[in-house]
Design a protein around this ligand. Structure first.
Ligand code: SF4
Length: 449
């Protein structure tokens, strides 16, 4: 049997000089690089590129920064410089013409882009939380916010726990501080990601940390409530949850949607519906009465959009299991569905299971799931024609006067778009009211009102 071997992630070494603010900048850059699939290297020798975050406050600090750059070049050779001394790029380049790039303080996008150029990320469908297309630098108006690493589950097709380890949640106050900075820098949409968002804080025993004169617990609902308060009437901020497993406490975030603190959107990777397959997959929360809960959630938040992904052709999946999945999808009426054919990955338990499904059967099942989902999606989108929706603008085309963006039901890169005509004067990051005029299988078409 052919198995997929995973490529090695590029490694970044970091030398961080200067004040606590510079350290926070380093953390933010590293968080972004980690979510782009980079690993950290604790030494020069193991790094594919070394990032030196400099301080240029005093002459002595400048000299220390130059020495650090010199050491990184001598030890590794592939060096990107950022931070306060980046303002004096000519001084650095004169002394070290071989540095790969020099960027200034708070130029997060530029420094992350320089690292991408120096050691391109290796998209890895088995490990990345962000889809391959999303590995490009996200524009300023939306940002991924990673709340934890690793996972306590052991799904049979997944190698994440063996590579990234058990769940390790970030402190809620650190997440909120990062989110505040992102919002101050222009983010209008925070995309909360992790391997298992509903498990957030379990490893921290849901302890509380001081936050804004009160406290915030390391728990999904508390964190989301605080994230939802970061926006203002003039500068609304959308908060979108990804990778939520349907544990019972997920019911408690639904009222936050009704209150407008959280987008009416849930990305729940169900992966299958047949109890036999879910059991063989060792999926968490598979006993939940999901169809009933979808109905309950829709009763509270009628416009909630539910996205999910499914694996077809898992070892042992019978025709009856697959028919069960199709019936379930028909009843669940999910808004967005991604389907994947099971692929054996080296090291995953399912790779070595008996009753592997032949490729042509996988392909046939994949096409049938996609056809059904496209039909359901088209019907749901057609029902939106004539309504007025908030749309976050992603891109404008000055030549045609058109623009494209997303409604609250659309996450970037993975869901559909809203295409606008007569959208002159709009900028990426604007949120506008749009009258929907037309729809197809995945996208909406409309005009600003
Ligand atoms: S929940 Fe399962 S699929 Fe998701 S990261 Fe954990 S082990 Fe992998």
């Amino acid at each position: 049997m052919k198995t997929t071997t995973l490529p090695r992630s590029p490694r970044v070494g970091l030398v961080s000089l200067g004040c606590p603010k510079a350290l926070v900048d380093s953390e933010r850059i590293m968080t972004k690089l980690r979510s782009d699939g980079y690993d950290m290297s604790p030494d020069y020798a193991g790094a594919d590129v070394v990032l030196v975050n400099t301080c240029g406050f005093l002459d002595s600090a400048k000299e220390e920064s130059l020495e650090a750059i010199g050491e990184a070049i001598a030890e590794n050779g592939r060096v990107v410089v950022t931070g306060c001394m980046g303002r004096e790029a000519e001084v650095i380049r004169e002394r070290f013409p071989q540095v790969l790039a020099v960027t200034g303080p708070q130029q997060y996008e530029a420094v992350v882009a320089a690292v991408h150029d120096a050691a391109p990320p290796v998209p890895n469908a088995y490990l990345d939380l962000v889809p391959e297309a999303g590995l490009k630098l996200t524009p300023r108006h939306y940002s991924y916010l990673k709340i934890s690493e690793g996972c306590n589950h052991r799904c049979a097709f997944c190698i994440i726990p063996s590579i990234r380890g058990d769940l390790a949640s970030r402190r809620p106050d650190a997440i909120l501080r990062e989110a505040e900075k992102l919002v101050a820098a222009g983010t209008r949409e925070l995309l909360v990601i992790s391997q298992d968002t509903s498990a957030y804080g379990l490893d921290l025993k849901h302890a509380a940390w001081p936050w804004k004169g009160g406290e915030v617990r390391a728990h999904m609902t508390d964190l989301v409530r605080e994230l939802g308060k970061l926006g203002t009437a003039d500068h609304p901020v959308w908060v979108r949850l990804h990778y939520v497993y349907p544990y019972p406490h997920v019911d408690r975030v639904i009222p936050l949607m009704a209150e407008g603190l959280l987008l009416p959107y849930l990305d729940i990777p169900f992966q299958h519906a047949s109890p036999n397959v879910l059991k063989a997959m060792k999926r968490p929360a598979n006993e939940a009465k999901v169809l009933q809960r979808l109905k309950d959630w829709r009763a509270i938040v009628p416009d909630i959009a539910v996205r999910s992904s499914f694996v077809v052709g898992f070892p042992g999946e019978t025709d009856a299991d697959f028919d069960y999945l199709l019936d379930w999808l028909q009843e669940a009426q999910l808004d967005r569905v991604g389907a994947f054919k099971f692929e054996p990955v080296e090291g995953a338990e399912a790779t070595y299971m008996p009753n592997q499904v032949p490729d042509e059967v996988k392909q046939d099942r994949f096409e049938r799931v996609m056809a059904l989902s496209a039909r359901i999606s088209a019907e749901k989108l057609a029902a939106k024609v004539g309504s007025t929706l908030d749309v976050l603008i992603d891109a404008v085309d000055p030549d045609t006067g058109g623009a494209s963006g997303r409604s609250k039901a659309d996450a970037p890169e993975i869901d559909g778009e809203v295409h606008l005509r007569d959208a002159g004067g709009l900028q990426p990051g604007d949120i506008v009211r749009v009258e929907i005029e037309d729809a197809d299988e995945h996208d909406l078409y409309g005009v600003p009102v």
